[in-house]
Design a protein. Structure first.
Lengths: 452, 441
């Protein structure tokens, strides 16, 4: 073969994705519906986000437990349909619906064959307005949840997240996302029904529908099903601001005998519409946001300490966070922690290379396009953006904002958010094995995971 | 319970509308192109027709370790440069190892298509296999196993733990993640031999899907891959084993698990030679376990409340159209201590017997067909999912078109065939693995 075949090709110009046709309507009851036509397979994707702020302090545990049981039982019967009828009607149109919640909202999500959209919406509207939470179903789901919780509470990833939330949020509602066994045991049908009646309503709620149908047709179907939903529910309530993050000692949440240590860092960050956000997104990407990042190059590809280290930017109503995750063998905890700190110091004390910035920029723009290229991905992306006042316009403009970020902007954003002096450190692992070596880096404090 | 006559009409099950063209290069590389200009992104996937069923005895985990080595650089690509070039062009990339194939893929803005093809061609021609990279990736793979298996309750259940109960031969029974000692003893010679034997262009399929021009892409593929020398293509092994005629049982103890679990495996027809019967088994798994309307969810979880969760699927990773014979239909059950494993087994066989004696009515069958179709279509909407599926189905069946047609093929399966699939799931032919919490007594 001739030599030119071996030359690395130059990356060509890619046409800009067209903004898909969309339409939105806010019904008289305060429910906002956004419909987007995305060509592809004959399937529709549905996402529902209803604001439902968590509770903090003493009532937090009970609230989380009731909301968790509610989400598991809302699809188990209405005044018109039994649990079995709901399941069969959805299945008949190739559909499925699921419910869940986080600290800011109650969420439902699902999909169906395109021609089944009216059925999917009708079932959705029925459970939102007329769920009955039959006694037997509440009891059954409660018992099942207790078993599931027992499993969840043995999973290191979930335990590490809960230990980190406890440290970062203290008594703030965001610290109580993992339900407690005793609190779930105490949940009654009356409490679940009262929670639905008082907190789940259309006001300020959001419905996103994405499919290969005209937006107006999707909006009409949604209005027919949900336009008449009325409720006295007061969905939202005052949410305390994020507590100030106090770095302090390295916390070792003790998990005796663990073969790995789950290393976690977290600190306060900025929301997506903050002027410094595009620079921060690129700083995080260069640091640990993708496979080509410095963190992966160092502690995976050079040292072999870990399989999948990464950093993340997350956004909740009370505030945004920056976090770092690395699961490492117990024996290399201290050196892996030292290298991670080294990379945090490096990104906050010296400018990134122009080539590093360009690569992170192209990746961030490209991955945004890839996420929006499927119906399910676009629906989930929009459901995450719209409650924060962002949307398709923001998606369209984001490449331009990323395009103007300089290496100086990246350094300034990293210094503001990613400096180790501003982050808490939590290690879930075997304290007997790691407290000594880690104590050489900074003071450690050993805590229990029993009350997470 | 008899059904009323006012049952709603069945929904029409649509297919995915995929345009497909194919050609084969002189060196044997098979190529599938599937243009879809709806978004300016393109997917590239190379599937090598080798998975962990083919790794040699004493080298468990080698197919997966070798997949890691394919990311460590090649003749014109340095360590980490593959990821840097793909991600730096705005794309994502990864690879994965399965029982019957190994895949490598990129999804990127369509302007970077030629770069992705060049990268795949470079490592198909000459991966850079060094001792340093081998040592490093053995460590990375060991951490992957710690995360996913050793530090997890139910780690590797049942994809690692059921095969040694259900199968006799090393190929089918062994752990695809590998034994730590065997991973550590892997040598560069092993890697060179494995590459030479299994990574021949004639043993691979390249699929490109998305925003592409067929003529321009054909030219690029010919130019970039055409110069890779043809090598002998390994004969496709026959991994077949007789279907068990006597029940097989196994027990493992999991110190991290808080409750027991159970996996039941039955052999299903050959997914390639007996596709019609196999499709019926795919539907049976859904009849039994998909959603609250399915028979085992209703009976075990909602009515009798003796288990906390049940799922059912074909293939080690629930990928029914990406596997070769022998394949298991697996039921995975989590249950509390208060439920005996024997009770679960009895109820499962009772429900299978009910299907045999009472049959499946048209409404239930149509519901399940609609649901399976919707799930397949959603998978096809994902660029990475579609590209990979096209490559695997072409490699195993020479018929990538099947990817788009599966929904209507499943919709044509008749109730009797699903009843026959249930009749194959007998007590005598099942393999049962129990997971017991705590350390072995």
């Amino acid at each position: 073969m001739s030599a030119p075949a071996l030359q690395r090709p130059v990356v060509g110009v890619t046409r800009t994705a067209k903004l898909p046709p969309s339409a939105e309507r806010t019904f008289a009851n305060g429910l906002r519906v956004v419909a987007v036509r995305k060509p592809g397979v004959p399937v529709v994707e549905l996402r529902v986000r209803l604001p439902l702020a968590a509770t903090g302090g003493k009532s937090a545990t009970a609230h989380t437990a009731r909301l968790t049981v509610l989400a598991e039982t809302i699809l188990r019967g209405t005044e018109r349909r039994t649990a079995l009828q709901i399941a069969e009607e959805l299945q008949r149109v190739g559909g499925a619906l699921g419910a869940g919640s986080d600290a800011d909202r109650f969420a439902l999500g699902g999909s169906a064959l395109s021609s089944g959209l009216p059925v999917l919406l009708d079932v959705l509207a029925d459970v939102l307005q007329h769920a009955t939470y039959p006694q037997r179903e509440v009891e059954g789901e409660r018992d099942r949840l207790l078993q599931d919780l027992a499993i969840a509470r043995t999973q290191p990833g979930l335990l590490a997240a809960a230990a980190l939330a406890r440290r970062v949020y203290g008594t703030h509602p965001y610290a109580f996302e993992l339900a407690h066994v005793e609190a779930v045991q105490a949940v009654t049908r009356a409490q679940v029904r009262a929670l639905h009646a008082s907190r789940i309503g259309p006001q300020d709620g959001l419905v996103v529908i994405v499919g290969d149908l005209t937006p107006a047709k999707m909006l009409d179907a949604a209005e027919k099903a949900l336009g008449g939903w009325t409720s006295d529910a007061k969905a939202d309530r005052e949410l305390p601001p994020m507590p100030e993050i106090v770095p302090g000692a390295i916390e070792i949440a003790n998990r005796p005998g663990a073969v790995q240590t789950n290393i976690r860092f977290a600190g306060a960050s900025v929301p997506r519409d903050d002027p410094s956000y595009p620079a921060l997104l690129l700083a995080h990407t260069v640091f640990g946001g993708y496979f080509s990042s410095r963190l992966v190059a160092n502690i995976r590809e050079d040292k072999g300490f870990t399989y999948s280290p990464r950093s993340s930017l997350d956004h909740a109503r009370a505030g945004s966070t920056f976090s770092v995750v690395a699961d490492v063998a117990t024996g290399v905890t201290a050196p892996a922690l030292a290298e991670t700190l080294h990379e945090l110091l490096r990104i906050t004390t010296a400018k990134v290379g122009a080539d590093e910035l360009d690569a992170a920029r192209r990746y961030s723009i490209g991955s945004l396009a890839l996420r929006s290229a499927t119906q399910a991905g676009l629906a989930t992306t929009l459901a995450g953006l719209l409650p924060s006042g962002l949307g398709l316009e923001w998606l369209r403009e984001q490449p331009r904002r990323l395009g103007s970020v300089t290496v100086d902007d990246v350094l300034a954003a990293a210094q503001q958010i990613m400096a180790p002096s501003k982050l808490v450190t939590v290690l879930l692992g075997d304290a007997d094995a790691i407290a000594g070596p880690v104590g050489v880096i900074a003071p450690v404090e050993v805590t229990s995971i029993a009350d997470l | 319970m008899p059904r009323t006559a006012t049952r709603p009409a069945a929904i029409r099950v649509p297919d995915a509308n995929l345009e497909i063209s194919r050609f084969t290069l002189g060196n044997g590389l098979r190529v599938v192109l599937s243009p879809d200009r709806s978004a300016p992104v393109v997917g590239v996937c190379v599937v090598y027709d080798v998975g962990f069923r083919s790794e040699p005895e004493g080298r468990t985990g080698f197919a997966h370790l070798f997949e890691h080595l394919m990311f460590q650089g090649s003749e014109n690509v340095g360590k980490m440069e593959h990821a840097r070039l793909v991600e730096g062009a705005g794309g994502v990339m990864n690879g994965s190892t399965h029982p019957d194939f190994t895949n490598y893929y990129e999804a990127l803005p369509s302007g970077a298509l030629e770069l992705a093809l060049w990268l795949e061609a470079d490592r198909m021609r000459a991966p850079r296999l060094t001792q340093e990279n081998l040592d490093n990736q053995i460590s990375v793979v060991q951490e992957e196993i710690r995360v996913n298996v050793m530090n997890q309750p139910y780690g590797g259940f049942p994809w690692i733990s059921l095969p040694p109960v259900a199968f006799d031969t090393f190929a089918n029974a062994h752990n695809g993640y590998g034994d730590f000692a065997e991973l550590e003893s892997a040598s560069l010679d092993d890697a060179r031999d494995f590459f030479s034997r299994y990574y021949a262009p004639g043993n691979a399929v390249l699929a490109v899907a998305g925003d592409l021009d067929v003529a321009a892409t054909t030219e690029m593929v010919e130019r970039l891959f055409g110069g890779i020398k043809a090598r002998k293509v390994p004969k496709l092994p026959n991994f077949g084993e007789p279907v068990p005629t006597k029940e097989r049982r196994g027990v493992i103890h999991d110190a991290l698990a808080p409750q027991p679990a159970l996996a039941i495996g039955w052999r299903v027809p050959d997914p390639i030679r007996e596709l019609d019967d196999y499709l019926a088994s795919v539907l049976l798994a859904e009849v039994l376990t998909d959603g609250d309307a399915s028979r085992l969810q209703r009976r075990l979880v909602l009515d009798d409340r003796i288990v906390t969760g049940v799922s059912g699927y074909l293939g080690a990773f629930g990928d029914p159209f990406e596997v070769r014979d022998p394949v298991l239909l697996t039921l995975e059950v989590h249950h509390p201590d208060s439920t005996k494993a024997g009770k679960v087994l009895d109820v499962v066989q009772e429900e299978l017997a009910r299907i045999r004696t009472e049959g499946i009515d048209a409404d239930e069958l149509q519901r399940v067909q609609a649901r399976v179709a919707a799930q397949l279509l959603r998978g096809t909407d994902s660029l990475v999912g579609r590209t990979n599926h096209l490559a695997v189905v072409e490699a195993q069946r020479g018929a990538a078109e099947l990817v788009g047609r599966l929904p209507s093929m499943l919709a044509e399966v008749e109730a009797d065939a699903v009843v026959a699939a249930a009749a194959r799931c007998t007590e005598d032919s099942r393999s049962v693995l129990e997971v017991r919490p705590g350390k072995a007594a």
